[in-house]
Design a binder for this molecule. Structure first.
Ligand SMILES: Cc1cc2nc3c(=O)[nH]c(=O)nc-3n(C[C@H](O)[C@H](O)[C@H](O)COP(=O)(O)OP(=O)(O)OC[C@H]3O[C@@H](n4cnc5c(N)ncnc54)[C@H](O)[C@@H]3O)c2cc1C
Length: 439
């Protein structure tokens, strides 16, 4: 929806948001209604989408529905999930449905509603360049605007190994384009690569198809030693609270890297419900339909090459991770890469590149996600979902989205953050809470 009225005509803005995924949409929602302080958020997509090509039947949200755009930091905000349900007349139905996990499509529809309702969010406009001469000059493919601050929330882009690049969309595809390709897989031999939630959903979909659409063979390869679940238990979820994020931020760079790797499955594991559904479907195939030769489970292996054969099929070579020197070759017709995402390159920041501090490939941020740079202190570059090394695993998911955006909004408004709820756990030896004994 194009921006209308005052904001579109404002010649100078308090803030320009680059990207309007969940991260910047949260900020746009929190800033909406700050009178006399125009903000504008640009997104290059024609309209809002949220991993739409991965909305496989049955896909569910991996976090609580309270982790919407605003509720955890501003529960009375009009862009909450509850407002969405209320406005659409389905609040009782949602309750009565008793979803153990909310369908991802419903959350996507909520996000689209929040984007459309917010007149400060503009689609079909790509930010191409940001210059600075006392104010930020943001050049899009349609115009130039100036702003005191910018918030970069450009998310991530699909990643595949380099040797797969020549075959993309020609036999190989990234899971982010799954629905687009999934129609033509009947009778084919397929390998799904990646042992996270996306790989699991893809494998489940392929082995659950009716006979007329079923592939001839589906293998599921993972680097991990087994198909591991996400750890969604109570104390692990305390890693996804603001207090832990603050503790994490103050640790040394090497300790932070160590913790991100140690706690990966608290974020990147597979939902237990998906694992159970896969296991039950394998049981059906093998023992009830007696169709045992249609799948292969190959964890603890690394794909080292995927070469095209003379007949146009592929030979995918796997190296076993424990048995050194052992490899296997899979003849397949299609490869689905569920190998994750990497930060979107931010070429539009090139004019400012030499003025920005970095740490281990990330821009360095302060406690409010403002980039360390040599510009004036009242001109800020905020970044969202770009500093996992400094803020930990929650930086890339929805858990602290509303809290992070509130931090940024408070900094812009010059007010301090309200007291945050403390974890039950004493993360730091310096807190001393758990050691105060009274006689
Ligand atoms: C399939 C899938 C399911 C997920 N499910 C969950 C979940 O259940 N729970 C959870 O916590 N996390 C989940 N995540 C992780 C995370 O919540 C999402 O990746 C989320 O979309 C990140 O939001 P974002 O705004 O940072 O980035 P994005 O959603 O990637 O949005 C970035 C936006 O920036 C725009 N953009 C990029 N460059 C420019 C430019 N130059 N100019 C203008 N616009 C630009 C893009 O068009 C895009 O819309 C999931 C991820 C995937 C892939």
């Amino acid at each position: 929806m194009p921006a209308s009225g005052a904001v579109e005509q404002a010649s100078h803005l308090r803030l320009v948001g680059i990207g309007a995924g969940p991260a910047n949409l949260s900020l746009a929602a929190l800033l909406h209604g700050d009178s006399g302080q125009p903000n504008l958020f640009f997104d290059r997509k024609p309209s809002f989408t949220w991993h739409d090509d991965q909305l496989i039947n049955g896909a569910t949200l991996q976090v609580s529905i309270f982790k919407d755009l605003v509720s955890l930091s501003d529960p009375t905000n009009r862009f909450s999930f509850l407002s969405y349900l209320h406005e659409h007349g389905r609040i009782y139905h949602f309750l009565n449905a008793q979803f153990a996990e909310v369908p991802r499509t419903e959350f996507r529809n909520y996000l689209a509603w929040a984007a459309e309702k917010n007149e400060n969010v503009v689609f079909s406009e790509t930010v191409e360049r940001v210059d600075f001469d006392g104010v930020f000059r943001v050049t899009t493919d349609r115009r130039q605007v100036t702003a005191d601050n910018i918030a970069v929330g450009v998310g991530t882009v699909p990643w595949v190994p380099e040797f797969a690049l020549p075959y993309l969309d020609a036999g190989h595809f990234h899971v982010s384009r799954y629905l687009n390709h999934a129609r033509n897989l009947a009778g084919k031999r397929i390998v799904v690569v990646g042992g996270g939630q996306s790989g699991a959903e893809t494998f489940l979909d392929l082995i659950s198809r009716p006979d007329s659409e079923r592939p001839a063979w589906v293998s599921w390869v993972s680097k991990r030693r087994n198909y591991f679940p996400i750890d969604d238990s109570t104390f692990t979820n305390d890693f996804y609270m603001p207090e832990y994020s603050e503790y994490f931020y103050r640790l040394s760079e090497s300790k932070r890297a160590e913790l991100n790797s140690a706690h990966l499955l608290s974020s990147d594991g597979i939902s237990e419900s998906t694992l159970r559904a896969i296991y039950q479907q394998l049981y059906r195939l093998q023992f009830i339909e007696r169709d045992e030769h249609r799948f292969g489970l190959l964890p603890n292996r690394t794909v080292v090459s995927a070469d095209r054969t003379a007949t146009g099929t592929f030979e995918v070579t796997l190296r076993h991770n424990d048995e050194s020197g052992q490899s296997q070759c899979l003849p397949v017709d299609a490869v689905v890469w569920a190998t994750g995402f990497r930060p979107t390159p931010k070429k539009f920041l090139d004019p400012l590149k030499d003025r920005i501090e970095t740490e281990n490939g990330e821009v360095r941020v302060d406690e409010d996600f403002a980039v360390a740079w040599d510009g004036p202190p009242d001109r800020k570059i905020f970044v969202q979902n770009a500093v996992r090394g400094q803020r930990g695993l929650p930086d890339v998911n929805l858990s602290l989205n509303a809290w992070r955006a509130q931090r940024i909004a408070n900094r812009l408004r010059g007010c301090s953050a309200p007291e945050m709820a403390m974890s039950f756990i004493d993360w730091s030896a310096k807190s001393g809470r758990g050691t105060q004994w009274t006689a």
